[in-house]
Design a binder for this molecule. Structure first.
Ligand SMILES: Nc1ncnc2c1ncn2[C@@H]1O[C@H](COP(=O)(O)OP(=O)(O)OP(=O)(O)O)[C@@H](O)[C@H]1O
Ligand SMILES: [Mg+2]
Length: 257
């Protein structure tokens, strides 16, 4: 049975696409309020892991628990409910292109008001949107369209929109990929701020060691779909696994540039 303090839990999860094994006996857990970083090279199964959590993919074997409920056994209705509590910040930002930044952030607020048959108090919605944009330091771009923003800004807006849904947990897929180092630092700082202020349970998928060091309580290091390391960030450096050492050292080399 799942640990009661684990918000997410993978138990011996296997997944293949055709004859290509992608997840092989993956087990780890993420405690309530914890930030877990999933590290690994391209194609090792990081995004596939996140898609299993949200029930977009089903494992061939194994169990996946979200807040003590087995995702594999959830009905479509239960999955929809769960996806309101666990929101994903996609790599692309996945904003609605035809809506302004402000309306993108307002979207989950309006949706919830409709769902709960509450009144859409426009002042209240705008107030919350302003607060959320303030949190990600983007109050000036409220009336712009997503196309007017840089990749990094889009991602920050996507984070504000994810927060508007009032989630229990956030999954970030490669939040710092394809942005310049300064923007990467800003986004990293933002995720850290949310971790400290809101205590949200988070999973951050990345190959950015600097980001991992900044955010991770614990790390899952995937090598070809297997968990090569699972434990506190501070112990990752001590791992004698050659692939992990190569990964850390390559990162140090790139920092010297
Ligand atoms: N729906 C799918 N059908 C078939 N193969 C898939 C599918 N989704 C992922 N794969 C394969 O599974 C493997 C792992 O993919 P995944 O997207 O999880 O990699 P990743 O670790 O997120 O890599 P990156 O860092 O490049 O994003 C890849 O070989 C990919 O081609
Ligand atoms: Mg990926």
């Amino acid at each position: 049975m799942p640990n009661s303090d684990a918000y997410f839990r993978f138990v011996h999860v296997w997944k293949s696409f055709g004859d290509q094994p992608v997840l092989q006996d993956v087990s780890f857990d993420v405690r309530q309020g914890e930030t877990c970083v999933i590290l690994g090279r391209s194609g090792v199964g990081k995004s596939v892991t996140l898609k299993h959590i949200l029930g977009f993919l089903k494992p061939d074997q194994g169990e996946i628990y979200v807040a003590d409920r087995d995702v594999v056994k959830m009905t479509e209705g239960e999955l929809t409910e769960m996806r309101r509590k666990v929101t994903m910040v996609f790599q692309s930002g996945a904003l609605f292109d035809s809506l302004t930044v402000g309306e993108n952030v307002a979207y989950p607020l309006r949706e919830r008001a409709l769902r709960e048959r509450g009144l859409q108090d426009e002042d209240k919605i705008q107030n919350l949107v302003d607060q959320l944009l303030g949190l990600v330091e983007l109050e000036d771009v409220k009336d712009l369209m997503p196309a007017d923003l840089s990749t990094g800004m889009k991602r920050a807006v996507a984070i504000a929109r994810a927060l508007a849904a009032h989630p229990e947990a956030i999954l970030y897929d490669e939040p710092t990929t394809m942005v310049d180092p300064l923007m990467a630092q800003t986004i990293g700082d933002l995720i850290l701020k949310l971790k400290r202020q809101r205590g949200l349970t988070s999973i951050v998928v990345t190959h950015d060691m600097k980001l991992a060091r900044k955010l991770a309580d614990r790390v899952v290091f995937l090598v070809e779909g297997r968990v090569a390391f699972f434990g506190p960030m501070s112990e990752l450096d001590k791992s004698s696994e050659p692939v992990i050492q190569d990964f850390i050292q390559l990162d140090e080399v790139s920092l010297l540039k």
